[in-house]
Design a protein. Structure first.
Length: 248
């Protein structure tokens, strides 16, 4: 009888131990989930702060240039091209030199690091660098970039700046530059947004942060059916044309 009682006590102890282990596992899962959400929230807020500073730099640039917007790409020089975000050398992917100081907004930003969104995962196996290091994580509204043979777009003539995107989270899927291929699609930085190409990156809970031409920051959801299915878990698609197209 005593042995049966001891076995019963042991059985209760084992059950209690399993319950405790289960509770610890549940609490760990809840803690990890909370930490993950906290990190995502912090990344989103840092991105919003980045875009606000970039929006302010844009306002300063326009003020200094009579409202004229800079072009997406302006010149070829020194074996590369000067883009709105800086000079990028031509050459093989991941080996190009990059000089942010030649970017249109750099004089108003310096080296503050606001060009990098913390939610753009640059260490994942599917990420392909364009330069020797990371350069820019935001894209410029292509409709603000006039062709070189035409006068620049003037922001003073924009009637609804609060609805027109200036910059937003951006990336694209590359299948045409090694090490990417049609069989090995990869995500990479991209530097403009258009209404016809999937280059907006909805990396904040399937939303993208956008700074508008009046300086305010909001989030946008992808146009239905626009997400690039070559890497569907990267959530790269299009922002609505109402935010990207110049209107009278």
């Amino acid at each position: 009888a005593m042995r049966q009682i001891e076995n019963l006590r042991y059985g209760f102890t084992l059950i209690e131990l399993l319950v405790v282990v289960g509770i610890i596992g549940l609490l760990s899962a809840l803690l990890l989930s909370a930490v993950s959400k906290s990190r995502a929230s912090a990344s989103r807020l840092k991105c919003v702060s980045n875009l606000r500073q970039l929006g302010l730099a844009g306002q300063m640039y326009w003020d200094e240039n009579g409202g004229s917007a800079f072009r997406w790409r302006s010149a070829s020089t020194n074996g590369g091209h000067v883009y709105w975000f800086g000079w990028l050398e031509s050459g093989s992917e991941g080996n190009r030199r990059f000089d942010a100081a030649q970017g249109a907004l750099y004089p108003h930003l310096g080296g503050h690091g606001v060009e990098i969104c913390p939610a753009l995962n640059r260490v994942q196996p599917k990420f392909k660098l364009k330069a020797t290091g990371f350069s820019y994580g935001y894209g410029y509204n292509l409709s603000l970039s006039a062709p070189l043979d035409q006068p620049p777009v003037n922001l003073n003539a924009v009637t609804r700046p609060s609805e027109l995107a200036f910059l937003a989270d951006a990336a694209q899927i590359n299948t045409f530059q090694a090490p990417a291929s049609p069989q090995n699609p990869m995500i990479e930085e991209f530097y403009y947004l258009s209404a016809s190409e999937p280059t907006a990156h909805f990396r904040h809970g399937i939303t993208a942060n956008v700074v508008f031409c009046d300086g305010h920051v909001a989030h946008a959801k992808p146009v239905p059916g626009s997400l690039d299915q070559r890497l569907p878990n990267q959530f790269i698609g299009r922002i609505g044309s109402e935010h990207l197209v110049l209107r009278d």
